[in-house]
Ligand binder design. Sequence first.
Ligand code: IPD
Ligand code: CA
Ligand code: CA
Ligand code: CA
Length: 283
Amino acid sequence: SLAMGTTTQEYLDFVLPLVKNAGQELLSVKNVEVEEKGEFYDVVTVYDRKIEQILFKKIKERWPDHKFIGEEESYTKGISQLSNESTWIIDPIDGTANFVRNLKDACISVGLVINKEQVMGVVYNPFMDELYTAIKGQGAYLNGVKIQTNGATDISKSVFNYELSLGVNTKYYDLYMYRLKHLLKHIGGIRSMGSAVMGLCYVATGRMEAYQCDGLFPWDAAAGVLIVREAGGYVRDSNGGEFDLMDPNYIATATKELSDKFMEIERRADQERESDAQNHKQL
Ligand code: IPD
Ligand code: CA
Ligand code: CA
Ligand code: CA
């Protein structure tokens, strides 16, 4: 008989109950011990490690040839390069800093990449009981119901979820201050909610018009970026170029038209920052 390849739907069906179970376990967590990984804002719990390990283990048992990239393993072993092999890219908890504060913007994110192409994404937020799924070319879903971005093109009516946490005492501080100074004159509202993956999902559902975060990792993008795109949204590198899964800085918007407007304002801000820095040097 013919050896049939596994379909993307089968991958999704296999991993769904694993992700849901892991999420259910997080719901019953009471007092969680918080560990700092290096920077004070980069926290981890036993649940981050446990969820990543169980997902790796179960998927590996089923497909021993598959490759894996996960946040917690990468922290100790370094990030593996992406090959053409089927690669599961996992963020066991996105928004750990929210999770440890009992804030609901946190989720488990599982993406599947084949031939370097994002083909499947699952995001589960157990605190809101929201399960987001997408298969390349087949749309995006929230709890089984098809979702779409809200189609916004008017920046003055856009709520912008701009993740600023990276600007806390880092090299990004100046960059964010200049961008905010310009953006706040044009946008309709602002949030900074602490989960990059949920931020992407909120654009996909049409709850928010735009999301941006810089300096991310593949596990912050592998599922969520596909979900936004399958919901009709637009994702690009926030510095202007092509989105790079292995080095993600992303802005996700309801439409490309809206993305262009954000880019124009942010580039203006970046130019002002550069010319101020130049002038400062000349003094
Ligand atoms: C973090 C969140 C946060 C973003 C950070 C990420 P984690 O992921 O997505 O919104 O600002 O850069 O590292 O560490 O909670 O998985
Ligand atoms: Ca982390
Ligand atoms: Ca994480
Ligand atoms: Ca993350």
